[in-house]
Design a protein around this ligand. Structure first.
Ligand SMILES: NC(=O)c1ccc[n+]([C@@H]2O[C@H](COP(=O)([O-])OP(=O)(O)OC[C@H]3O[C@@H](n4cnc5c(N)ncnc54)[C@H](OP(=O)(O)O)[C@@H]3O)[C@@H](O)[C@H]2O)c1
Length: 450
């Protein structure tokens, strides 16, 4: 009996993910097989089975008549987008894991797919092994997505989990400050375990989350949002970062006693028919409607989607790593390959509507805690309170975390609890704090509510 035909995959990239994808398709039971591979450094050592399929240029893979589905795994935003466009224009289906390319060139890529009728699978661009892209596609086609929030970066979640664990383990140690884990050290641990890229900038500054949020929001709201316009704070930006004292304040029984978990989130909500999007570290209540999200630890991803009729859905899964990412790629390939083999192509690409313009996030009201670190200078708190009053931000309480003193000037973190206030006003307060002599690391921890 003749072997069943399998659809032809042309691979662009043979790195961490590419190697795992190639290994996956060595299984003859799959409905696709790899027919061509391009990588940047053509002459690098590779197994004979790979060498046999290697070509020098991506275009050769795209042009090869045996390539029916292009699997784009280069990780290069500009070139990756160009390869996707070239493939779709030639009528070749595309499966990609390249979130930056897809988020920044969404309209062009979807327009090319719609013109040629080719499919585009991008489940691996957000959530990796957590099927949030699929869930969002389903909800958007049958229900109205009101809001969603996601922990979409496993590296940051791992770092925050480790920093908390150190503080909780040594909570009553008088040397707590020395026993805690600074962000830099937590990041090195993540790198050693292979959870963080050698250059982790896009993870820790929130950009990776921002691209994923843009892609999910485009699906949820039928939009084509510009990621550059999304308000974004990471866990470590130029002039502020998460500190060990934050976890002490959040978890010590003397202070907030574990009421909230600190996570980096991407949040989207419909406000007057328009999507309001933001990325920032947030406090998620450990009990209550978002408790499942608060419980997402280590390098896991999680997301909560609120649909008008569906109510609340929670999904959790491994967001990165070669194996979970390959499963996501393979499920897109499987669906498209089934269509190719039936002769009717794969599922249609999302429409290319411009969609509603984004809402002004400065108007979104949140409550939370403003943290800043100040030297032991008389009158410094009065100045901070004056700034808050000037911006009409109401204060509930002020707490000094005396267990964390830094340097000879006895810098100390304080946490100011505020009533719900517009985001813009709080951001103006942070800027004004930054201008006070000696005050640094001003950061706002918004309580997440959906
Ligand atoms: N790693 C993860 O856990 C993860 C999770 C989800 C999504 N992703 C996404 O998956 C994609 C691949 O990630 P990765 O970790 O596999 O990256 P990687 O290890 O850096 O591999 C990239 C591969 O692409 C090749 N390449 C780069 N530019 C090329 C070009 N212009 N033409 C042909 N080949 C080119 C490289 O060639 P050489 O081998 O010759 O250098 C390499 O084989 C990225 O978009 C990433 O964001 C990764």
């Amino acid at each position: 009996m003749a072997a069943k035909r399998r659809a032809g995959i042309g691979m662009l990239g043979y790195g961490n993910i590419g190697r795992e994808v190639f290994a996956y398709y060595r299984d003859p039971r799959t409905n696709a097989r790899v027919v061509r591979i391009a990588r940047r450094r053509y002459n690098r050592p590779a197994p004979a089975a790979v060498k046999k399929l290697l070509v020098r240029r991506a275009q050769q893979v795209i042009d090869d008549p045996a390539t029916e589905i292009v699997v784009e795994l280069t990780g290069n935003a500009e070139q990756g987008a160009a390869y996707m466009l070239a493939s779709l224009e030639r009528g070749k289906h595309v499966v990609t894991a390249n979130k930056e390319a897809l988020a920044t060139r969404w309209r062009e890529i979807m327009a090319a797919a719609n013109r040629s009728g080719a499919s585009i699978g991008f489940g691996a661009t957000a959530g990796g092994g957590m099927p949030v892209v699929r869930a969002m596609q389903r909800h958007a086609s049958t229900d109205e997505v009101e809001s969603f929030a996601g922990i979409l970066n496993g590296t940051c979640n791992f770092i925050l989990t480790k920093m908390k664990q150190y503080v909780v383990r040594h909570m009553d140690d008088p040397q707590i400050q020395r026993r805690s884990l600074p962000l830099e050290d937590a990041l090195s641990q993540a790198q050693k375990l292979g959870y963080a890229e050698p250059d982790p900038t896009n993870d820790i500054n929130g950009f990776d989350t921002k691209y994923k949020l843009a892609i999910l929001s485009n699906l949820a709201f039928g939009a084509a949002l510009d990621p550059a316009a999304i308000y974004c704070e990471g866990i470590w930006d130029d002039d502020r970062r998460i500190l060990a004292s934050d976890f002490y304040f959040l978890h010590h029984p003397r202070y907030l006693d574990g009421k909230y978990e600190l996570r980096l989130v991407g949040v989207a909500e419909r406000r007057g028919g328009r999507p309001a999007l933001r990325v920032h570290p947030a406090l998620i209540a450990a009990s209550g409607p978002l408790a499942d999200l608060a419980g997402v630890t280590e390098n896991y991803n999680g997301s909560v989607i609120n649909g008008r009729r569906l109510g609340t859905q929670f999904i959790k899964g491994l967001g990165a790593g070669p194996k979970p990412t390959t499963i996501s790629i393979a499920s897109d390939v499987r669906e498209i390959a089934a269509g190719v083999l039936r002769g009717d192509g794969g599922p249609p690409a999302p429409p290319t509507t411009r969609g509603p313009a984004p809402a002004d996030v400065r108007k979104v009201r949140t409550k939370g805690y403003i943290r800043s670190v100040s030297p032991d200078i008389k009158g410094i708190y009065a100045k901070k309170l004056e700034i808050l009053a000037r911006h009409k931000v109401n204060v509930q309480s002020v707490v000094n975390v005396k267990e964390f003193l830094y340097g000879r000037d006895r810098f100390m973190p304080d946490y100011i609890e505020i009533d719900p206030a517009p985001d813009g006003a709080v951001r103006d307060v942070l800027k004004a704090f930054g201008r006070l002599r000696g005050v640094r690391d001003a950061m706002y921890f918004r309580v997440l509510e959906l």
